[in-house]
Design a protein around this ligand. Sequence first.
Ligand code: TRP
Ligand code: ZN
Length: 871
Amino acid sequence: MSSKQPSTIYLEDYQPPAWLVTHTELRFELEEDQTLVRAQLSIQSNPAVSDRRKPLELLGDAGMELCRLSIDGQVLDAADYQREAGCLRIANVPESFVLECVTRLLPHENTALEGLYKSDGMFCTQCEAEGFRRITFFPDRPDVMSIFRTTLVADKQRYPVLLSNGNPVDSGEDDEGRHWVTWDDPWPKPSYLFALVAGDLALLEDQYTTASGREVALRIYAERKDLDKLDYAMQALKDAMRWDEDVYGREYDLDIYMIVAVDFFNMGAMENKGLNIFNTSCVLAHPQTTTDQGFQRVEGVVAHEYFHNWSGNRVTCRDWFQLSLKEGFTVFRDAEFSADMNSRTVKRIEDVTLLRTAQFAEDGGPMAHPVRPESYMEISNFYTLTVYEKGAEVVRMLHTLLGPELFRQGSDLYFERHDGQAVTTDDFVAAMETVSGRDLSQFKRWYSQAGTPRLQVSDSFDAATGCYQLKVRQSCPPSPGQEHKQPYHLPLAVGLLAEDGRELFAGLLELTEEEQVFRFDNISERPVPSLLRGFSAPVKLDYDYTDAQLLMLLRHDTDGFNRWDAGQRLCIRLLQTQIRNHQQGVALSCSSELIEAWRNLLQDASLDPAMLAQCLRLPSEAQLSELAEQIDVSAIHEAREFMRTTLAQVLEQEWLQVYQRCDTGETYSTDAEAMGRRSLKNLALAYLMATGREPWLELARQQYSQSDNMTDQLAALSLVAHSDFRETADELLQAFYLQWQHESLVMNQWLSVQASDPSAGALARVNQLAEHPIFDARNPNKLRALIGGFCGQNPMHFHAEDGSGYAWLADWILRLDRQNPQVAARLLTPLTRWKRHEPVRSALMQGQLQRMMDTAELSADVYEVVSKSLM
Ligand code: TRP
Ligand code: ZN
């Protein structure tokens, strides 16, 4: 058993802070073997809290060295305070005083990448959610907002660039080669938004004039070798700034906006006030080293962090249970931005696909939690798809229910009412209630109930009266701690189509009851319903479509999203039949209707290539797993492979024509159309390769060597690397390595291509790669590429029937947990789904979880995930 059991924090226990910190002055002496931090906190008792005689309690990591402590200049000795497990308690403090505190940190030994640490020789910080308490003692909670003034002192040669939040107000140097810079941030902020960076960095500089005429200096910092990869992020930043002015009326509020790229980072990026810190993977972009997907990610994340300046920083969260207040809203905002910048329908399809595969799986697993969780052991475990993506869907539903104008009024009111405050999701909904005059109390169940609701829809038509009726029943399965669910309030966008595709009706229905009947009059013929258009609510929807109806919707639906969805529904149904056939030893087959439908799509040169590529992609094994009653990894794999190969072989000529149609020889550009053509071209190449025929190997090899961009090069590489042409596979992998060995981000791709290679001997290959010089087990990107690639993208080998994949992952988790608990807990996710698998694998997975549970020292992060999984 684990020695320490982390305690559980409950939302219902929330108490406002007894002490406020109005000003925080920090001085960092950054040295090679240590950093000294002097913090001067202007503290006063909270007038809103009646119990004034509470002792002062500051949070500080148990391992942090406290060098000196004084109150109003009077040094305290050990008898004046108590220090125990993460908390420093001082009794008998005045109503208001200055606390000075000196701590000694060892950033070069910080492998958890929380607090102050070193990434490739530069100092940087990550304070969200609870990293600031690893820097100094502080009421490290988001409802304590303080004005920060920060001085950095460091060797001038090694660290010529010294950055923190706000504006630089002073600087100087001494005779010993050290220099210093003071930064002042006028906006009160919670400690989780504090940041500093010190290093030898190059920068790209630009300018932005806000709508009201404020001049803002834009600076993106990176290592010198990456200076040529910053233009795209800069453009994305300017686009995001303009968009937030146009769409939300939000302007930037400082004279400088900085982004710094670091190679060692636990997540994607961080919205620290005025000083965003980014994982290099989310900011560096160049056609030769970055795929189209990578470009889109950079654009989306740059916008996301920028949008946080209002939705997160100016108005922040009262406590971490409210995380979705900033994350759900900001994801909704960045999704709308990306939709406006590129193809709206394609963006929606991508987001819904992520939600359906990963978020629905989370909702159906042991870590399921509401968008606003009720309790947690380790808050880092709650930066989840549910809080981010489902949270964004909840905001989207408000947008749909209120309409764009009222929603904008609601967001204006929210920002105006709560500027400078730390608030709750209830406050957000309240603003929407005020402007709309609507009662959204039932709607708020979306924040408090976990699980994916299911809608069961049936219909009837009376030809004599022209009356059509839709009956909708809603339900939601139990989730941990929530046996029974109350009905949700949700928008159900529907269209009614005639057999020939004419639209007879389009509109929005509102569901509030467990069962509801909607009646449509004057309908001339029995319609085919197009339900949940645009995925108007994050639910699973059942309606008993015939194949013919789905084919009709795939051809004619006026809602682009539902056209795609009709095709997916059809494929899922056909695949599910083949999965059962495989399990029962029945020969597999592929429907001729599907083949003909696809042939029509492939031959229709008028269709948007990006949409076409989405329509011709089979649902992933992960999504089929999520939908399965009980997951049978090999049946799912075999059925899908069979269908993929059949569609490849039967339509071989069509795939070739599409390939040729999209292979325009144009120079690389990241506009949506060009990306759409590449995605269709590479999908066609994938199908051609799936025939296993030699001419297509040649085509792939040609594309590999002739392409001028990473999208085409990597697509060709991964197709060849995953094929049975092992000699060419090795040859290209080696060539790719030689070409890109000095590009760390490209090497991550090289690792994941090999980690996800389904051919025999995968485990031996990943073990070898873990020993490869370019692999670094301390770098989260490398871990995600190799371990995440194997466990997430190589189902047949991760789920090997001898349990070797599970044991391998558990070994890694135990090793990484001592080094970086956040990353360890995240990589653990695939094992937590053990209850969903067939008995043999299920028992093996459970066995590895139990083995971890029996380990003496688990971090709170891993302990929470493992223990909840075993419950
Ligand atoms: N607030 C960040 C975002 O979504 C998330 C984040 C960055 C984070 N780094 C982290 C969360 C470390 C937890 C731990 O934009
Ligand atoms: Zn965010």
